[in-house]
Design a protein around this ligand. Structure first.
Ligand code: NAG
Ligand code: NAG
Ligand code: NAG
Ligand code: NAG
Length: 326
C-alpha cells in the first residue's frame, strides 16, 4: 500500500497537468508558412530520372477536371502530365471520359456534377485501379447550395469507398478553387475538407491535400468558376506540389497487380502517348503545410472527434507516468 500512494499521486498530478495543458484539438492550416526542409527535397526529386513504377492517374471531379472553358480542353491535365514526365514518371491517365487535345486525355470530370453524383458514378472506374486519384469535387455543391453543411461528410464517404475498393491508392484531395458566385459556400466546403483530411492523415492514410483555395485567384477565372489558361496552369503546380509531398512521405505505391492493363503498360507506349517530356515550367508555387491536428491553449474550435481526444489523453497519461519514473 505504501508504494501505491505515490503512484496514485503521480497519476493524479498527471491528470491535473493534462487538464491544464491538454487543450482541445484543432485544425491548423497556416497559408503563410511552409515546411523549411521541403525545398531541398523537391530539387532532389526533380533531378531523379526514373521512377520505380508508373502512375495510373484518375483525374476525378466535375467540369474543372474536364478542363471546361480551356482553349485546348486539357485544363490542368496536360500541364501536370508533362511535369510528371519531365520528373521521370511514366504516366497513364485513366477515366471513363476523353476530352482535350492531349493524347492521353482520359479523365472522369463531369460538367455540373456534385459529390453525390460523382460518388454514384465512381464504381465504374474501380476496375481500372488507379494508384493516384486527383479529386476536385464540391464546387457544384456550393454553386447549387446543395447541403453544404454536410459536403465534408459526403466527401468522406467517397474517400472511404475509394480507399476500400482500390488497395494502396493515394488520393490527392483538392480544396475548392475560388468561385465568384458562392464564395463563402466554397470556403465552407474547403474548411470541411481540411478537417477530414487532417483526421485521415493522422490515421496515416494515403491522402494529401492540394490546396487550390489560395493559389488560384479571382483574376484567374473566366466565368467566376472556371480557371483561365493561367489558372489551369497554376492548378497543375498545386497538384504537382501535392504529388511530390505524397512521394516524399512514401505514400505512392505501384498499381495493384490485379490491374488489367498494368502489364500491358510499356515504355514504348508511354512515349507514343506522350505529348512532351520537356520542362513545362509550371508557375512557381510553395505549398502550405499539410493540415494537422494540433493542440492549442484555447477551449474553442474543437471540431475533432471525442475519440481522438481520448486517445491523445490516454497517450499523454502514459508518457507522463513513464516520465515520472525516470
Ligand atoms: C467531352 O468528351 C465527351 C466524350 O468523352 C463528349 O461527349 C463531350 O461532348 C466532350 N465535351 C467537351 C466540352 O468537349
Ligand atoms: C500494397 O503495398 C504493399 C507495400 O508496397 C504491398 O506489399 C502490397 O502487396 C500492396 N497491396 C496490393 C493489393 O497491391
Ligand atoms: C490497355 O490500355 C490500352 C491503352 O489505353 C487500350 O488500348 C487497351 O485496350 C487496354 N487493354 C486492356 C486489356 O484493358
Ligand atoms: C494562447 O494563449 C496566448 C496567451 O494567453 C494568447 O495570446 C493566444 O491567443 C492563445 N492562443 C489561442 C489559439 O487561443
Amino acid at each position: 500500500m505504501r508504494q501505491s500512494t505515490p503512484i496514485l499521486w503521480v497519476v493524479q498530478a498527471c491528470l491535473i497537468w493534462l487538464t491544464l495543458v491538454s487543450a482541445s484539438p484543432t485544425i491548423s492550416h497556416d497559408n503563410l508558412v511552409s515546411d523549411a526542409d521541403s525545398d531541398s527535397d523537391v530539387s532532389a526529386l526533380q533531378t531523379r530520372d526514373t521512377k520505380p513504377f508508373p502512375l495510373r492517374i484518375l483525374p476525378l471531379g466535375a467540369s474543372i477536371t474536364m478542363g471546361y472553358k480551356s482553349k485546348d480542353g486539357n485544363g490542368y491535365r496536360k500541364w501536370l502530365r508533362q511535369q510528371l514526365r519531365y520528373a521521370g514518371w511514366e504516366v497513364d491517365m485513366i477515366g471513363t471520359m476523353k476530352n482535350g487535345t492531349m493524347h492521353d486525355n482520359d479523365h472522369d470530370g463531369h460538367i455540373g456534377w456534385r459529390i453525390d453524383q460523382i460518388t454514384s458514378h465512381v464504381k465504374q472506374i474501380i476496375p481500372q485501379q488507379p494508384n493516384l486519384i486527383l479529386l476536385n469535387a464540391g464546387t457544384n455543391d456550393a454553386l447549387q447550395n446543395y447541403k453544404v453543411d454536410t459536403a465534408g461528410e459526403r466527401m468522406d464517404s467517397l474517400l472511404t469507398y475509394l480507399f476500400d475498393n482500390i488497395p494502396n491508392t493515394t488520393i490527392i484531395l483538392s480544396t475548392l478553387t475560388f468561385n465568384g458566385k458562392k464564395p463563402q459556400l466554397g470556403t465552407d466546403i474547403s474548411t470541411q475538407y481540411l478537417e477530414l483530411a487532417a483526421k485521415r492523415r493522422a490515421r496515416k492514410e494515403r491522402l494529401v491535400v492540394a490546396d487550390m483555395s489560395t493559389f488560384i485567384q479571382w483574376k484567374q477565372l473566366v466565368d467566376k468558376i472556371h480557371p483561365t489558361a493561367a489558372g489551369y496552369e497554376e492548378m497543375a503546380s498545386v497538384w504537382w506540389a501535392a504529388i511530390q509531398e505524397a512521394e516524399k512521405e512514401g505514400l505512392l505505391q505501384a498499381p495493384t497487380s490485379t490491374t488489367k492493363n498494368n502489364t500491358a503498360f510499356s515504355k514504348a507506349r508511354e512515349k507514343e502517348l506522350d505529348d512532351s517530356t520537356a520542362d513545362p515550367r509550371l508557375p512557381a508555387y510553395t505549398a502550405p503545410p499539410q493540415p494537422t491536428i494540433k493542440r492549442i491553449n484555447s477551449s474553442k474550435g474543437s471540431s475533432l472527434s471525442h475519440q481522438w481526444h481520448l486517445w491523445a489523453v490516454a497517450f499523454q497519461i502514459l508518457t507522463c507516468i513513464d516520465f515520472s519514473y525516470v
